[in-house]
Write a protein that binds this ligand. Sequence first.
Ligand SMILES: Cc1ncc(COP(=O)(O)O)c(C=O)c1O
Length: 388
Amino acid sequence: MSVRASAKAARFTESVIREMTRLAHQHGAVNLSQGFPDFAAPEELKVAAQKAVAADVNQYAITWGAKRLREAIARTFTERYGVAVDPEREVTVTCGSTEAMIAALLAILDPGDEVVIFEPFYENYGPDTILSGAVPKLVRLRPPGWTFDPDELRRAFGPKTRAIIVNTPNNPTGRVFREDELRLIAELCHEHDAVAVTDEIYEHILYGGARHIPIAALPGMAERTVTINGMSKTYSVTGWRVGWAIAPPVLSAAVRKVHDFLTVGAAAPLQEAGVTALSLPQAYYDELARAYTRRRERLLGILERAGFRAFPPEGAYYVMADITAFGWDDDVSFVRHLVQEIGVAVVPGSSFFENPADGRHLVRFAFCKKDETLDEAERRLARLRPRR
Ligand SMILES: Cc1ncc(COP(=O)(O)O)c(C=O)c1O
């Protein structure tokens, strides 16, 4: 007899994105692959976390989240978007938005249920769907604007549809969904009695006047939406693992049960620091968007000079770029060349598609990086030449 892994676990691979970070370390490459900032987190957050540890906030918080943090999450969402949220019954604090997503899907989906997903997609959604036993129905976002065909979306919904995953601002494309697109998604959710599970982790990282609209703010949608967010990107603390889900009481009750048995709870002292984070003034968010706008311009310039065809993002901190001009057969060999010979790590486009061939001409660059990191990437990318 020999031991074996589950059929579920055999159906997906390790994360390509996290693998690229390991390769970057191995080859001493500039890491523009994984989406974590290489600059400092805000000082007041670090101090708040240190104080919480010193004050002995070191035991389990309430499983669905420290009361003060849930109140801050509910208050902020209501103030920004006019959606009433009951912190006692509608907010669950999780270990990052990663846990919020898998807990929400496990709470909503039964084996055989269908879930609509836009493609290219953030790679976690694939395994999340498999672990939930659900069947993904993919709808293509097409460059250069990464828009979708409304009829294709309509066709993706059917009698077995239980949910749609919406990620806006979007990783990897940088797309920010417009109100008319969100209204169509809302209409289809109503028609098919489906839930919108929306990942809004890049909510504050917007360019050129793009406006973030939470689908929960559309008429009748708060009752059928799980809004997922977290501290990672807005406050540059991806290692803290504090996220949350806002959902109507019936869905929150299920998310809370799943979350309790997955992780019990997110780090208690960091939840305290989360209260400080959510109390930062508007000036913090304005400066965050300004700083990312500068980094976006910088990376777009670097990519243009290096010979890429880049698709400028409307939000989030990634740029998808076409590599056709360099003459490689596929994205994975190109990325390997880039990390080993040029010294820059990026993510192969194929990891965002169900059929890898659909992303073989694309790579994704992350620009949540210091000026020095982008300067070094520029020096190295200048050595890149088309293959003969
Ligand atoms: C769209 C999206 N959702 C979720 C996450 C993970 O967020 P967290 O650190 O809150 O788990 C990422 C990280 O890159 C992301 O891009």
